[in-house]
Design a protein around this ligand. Structure first.
Ligand SMILES: Nc1nc2c(ncn2[C@@H]2O[C@H](COP(=O)(O)OP(=O)(O)OP(=O)(O)O)[C@@H](O)[C@H]2O)c(=O)[nH]1
Length: 210
């Protein structure tokens, strides 16, 4: 859990994409220096969140070993990460009605910051924002942030009725806190999209502590 008093923030690991640039399959199940990316994300986020869920499509049994709830998109045809965010917000509203915000993280980001939730939540509170997003090197990472559970019906409307796909297009409608992280010794939001990125991640793992 975060060290901010009164914080109750479940996390969703987004693993619902098609990984086309890697030739398909489950990107989060690729190994970096001996551990799957998904295990790395879980290890990094479990101490920061009040519970984790995995958002993934297809047979949930392939994630059984992680012992976490697996929640599928309920908007068909892979419309992008907003579908995973929506599935997570709906799940939290149904199973964790005490939680008001949800952290999302991409299941292909193996080196996430240890202060991710604390800093996002501090900024969100300080700016009285509805949403918060991570940034590094001057670039925002729209799939990594805090999402207000009470916006879920507006998100569904945007996704299903208005056909909004780009996360930024939706978040721009609300007060949004952006939090910047340093990129030395490594960018904590490095994400693995290609087979070459996996090789690079093997090298970076040493800088991240193995
Ligand atoms: N639930 C859900 N998540 C998605 C979808 N598309 C992408 N994501 C997730 O969003 C994050 C960023 O995804 P991308 O790297 O842009 O897409 P990808 O499908 O993983 O990979 P590419 O097909 O190579 O672009 C990852 O955590 C994906 O799992 C989708 O249609 N549904």
């Amino acid at each position: 859990m975060t060290d901010i008093p009164g914080t109750n923030i479940p996390g969703v690991l987004l693993a619902g994409g098609l990984a086309r640039r890697m030739g398909g399959g489950d990107k989060p199940m690729r190994k970096i220096a001996g551990r799957t990316i998904l295990q790395r994300v879980i290890d990094r986020l479990a101490p920061q969140c009040s519970g984790l869920i995995i958002n993934a499509n297809g047979d949930p049994a392939r994630f059984a070993a992680f012992g976490l709830p697996v929640v599928a998109d309920d908007v068909a045809d892979y419309p992008g990460p907003l579908a995973g965010i929506l599935a997570a917000l709906d799940w939290v509203a149904a199973h964790r009605p005490d939680a008001k915000w949800v952290l999302s993280a991409a299941g292909d980001c193996p080196f996430l910051p240890r202060d991710l939730v604390t800093r996002l939540e501090e900024a969100r509170r300080a700016q009285n924002a509805e949403l918060a997003v991570a940034s590094s090197g001057g670039q925002t990472h729209p799939v990594i942030g805090l999402w207000s559970v009470r916006l879920r019906n507006e998100l569904r409307q945007a996704l299903v009725v208005e056909d909004v796909r780009k996360i930024d297009r939706w978040t721009a409608r609300y007060p949004l806190a952006t939090v910047e992280w340093p990129t030395e010794p490594l960018d904590p939001f490095f994400n693995a999209n290609t087979v070459e990125d996996i090789a690079e991640a093997d090298r970076l793992a040493a800088l991240d502590g193995g």
